[in-house]
Design a protein around this ligand. Structure first.
Ligand code: GLU
Length: 428
């Protein structure tokens, strides 16, 4: 599969088929789970600030809700496609199942580029998305959350529209809300921290500490920023991060061999995670091509951006020193690259396990919203650590026992749980 022919849905289905075969899953379960239960595609007309009217395409895909209401973020991205959303919804099903939270898998999106939208226009897109979906989402049906280029403010606009349409308060409709408006403390940190909780456990099994390791990170958005924070707190050193340059439509890597200074970099980073190149140069960073993050002489790689980033074309450039890949992003590694990584015996913490901290904290947010009682940050993060650590060890134990690659072991556990729920309900 070359980068050009890459289709995330085909990849998600191929991963599923392989696991289903190994699990000897019955045909009905295969037919049910290899595609989404429901899909919505719609138009969102927006009156732009310049007086024109622009039509944006919106999506929501509900892959499976046998274990509980659908759950998953809404992405704003200019290259969003229905197939990307289908793949992401499928990965959400496995993600919720592998950490054993009572939720199914969904995903949503809008084809738009927030870089070129005003806050009022973004608000109209959020409200328009909810107007199209209001009858088919909700606390007991399907619960959205933030994802790439969406944030707590977007969630609050969406909640407000949902409550206006339904005529009552319903904070359980959406997660990732602002703290103080029904949001959970720790939600912003949760995905990145979750990556590092699993990384810490994986290193422990190898008899190593984060402080013995050096890492390189792709992406500098919410996931990567918080992952770097915790990894550094545990003593790890990050020598390279990459980010997307909106103006130049390409990405760059920022390298400092002595270790990056997270707070200094955050000061010169915009809300989309783009680092200012001139300011970075002045701080002593070397600016390298986008793929350079992958080629560094490090122990750990953390892809924390988008899908299809480690593929057949660049997997050969991974340094001999790399012992571990912790997938903060969804679907960052293609099956072709996976083969090479397997042969090289690099330990992979697969995406839907490594980055499950976000949705786990979203689940905690729902629990808190239902109780109308909010926990201290310490309690949220302790519970998160506990859940992620337990999920990691369950997968790693199975991988050890059956001599499986971590991704395959995670698929076995997740697919088994979802297939069983479908059977227990009498669907299959
Ligand atoms: N968008 C995040 C993910 O891909 C979080 C989803 C959620 O909290 O529902 O896992």
């Amino acid at each position: 599969m070359t980068e050009k022919s890459y289709n995330p849905y085909a990849m998600a289905q191929a991963q599923f088929d392989k696991a289903a075969e190994a699990l000897d899953l019955d045909q009905a379960s295969r037919d049910l789970l290899r595609q989404p239960l429901r899909e919505y595609q719609f138009s969102i007309p927006v009156h732009m600030d310049d007086g024109s009217v622009k039509i944006f395409r919106g999506f929501r895909v509900q892959h499976n809700d046998a274990r509980g209401p659908g759950k998953g973020g809404i992405r704003f991205h200019p290259q969003e496609t229905i197939d990307t959303v289908r793949a992401l919804s499928m990965w959400m099903t496995w993600k919720c199942a592998v950490v054993d939270i009572p939720l199914g898998g969904s995903k949503g999106g809008v084809v738009c580029d927030p870089h070129s939208l005003t806050p009022r226009e973004e608000q109209q897109i959020c409200r328009g998305w909810v107007r199209q979906m209001a009858r088919n989402v909700g606390p007991d049906i399907d619960v959205p959350a933030p994802d790439v280029m969406t944030n707590a403010q977007h969630m609050l606009w969406m909640l407000d529209e949902f409550e206006t349409i339904h005529g009552h308060k319903g904070p359980g409709f959406i997660t990732g809300k602002p703290v103080g408006m029904g949001g959970s403390l720790g939600r912003a940190e949760a995905t990145g921290y979750g990556v590092i909780y699993t990384l810490r456990e994986a290193l422990k099994e190898m008899g190593k500490l984060p402080a013995d390791t050096v890492a390189s990170v792709q992406g500098f958005g919410n996931v990567s920023q918080h992952a770097i924070r915790l990894y550094q707190e545990l003593g790890g050193k990050v020598i390279c991060v990459s980010c997307w340059s909106q103006k130049e439509h390409t990405s760059y890597s920022f390298k400092k061999s002595t270790g990056i200074d997270l707070d200094a970099l955050l000061k010169i980073t915009d809300r989309f995670g783009e680092i200012d190149q001139t300011a970075a140069k002045n701080l002593g960073y070397e600016i390298l091509p986008g793929d350079a993050w992958l080629e560094q002489d490090v122990d750990i790689l953390i892809p924390g951006a988008l899908e299809n980033q480690i593929n057949g074309e660049n997997v050969g450039h991974i340094s001999r020193r790399v012992i571990m890949i912790a997938e903060g992003a969804n679907g960052p590694t293609t099956p072709e690259a996976d083969q090479v990584i397997k042969q090289r015996n690099i330990f992979v913490i697969p995406d839907f396990l490594a980055n499950a901290g976000g949705v786990t904290c979203s689940y905690f947010e729902q629990v808190q919203s239902n109780m109308n009682y909010y926990w201290e940050k310490k309690e949220v993060l302790e519970r998160l650590d506990h859940k992620m650590t337990a999920a990691f060890h369950a997968v790693s134990e199975l991988a050890g026992k059956r001599k499986l690659f971590m991704r395959d072991a995670a698929y076995y556990i997740a697919i088994n749980r979802v297939a069983q729920a479908c059977k227990d309900r009498g669907w299959t």
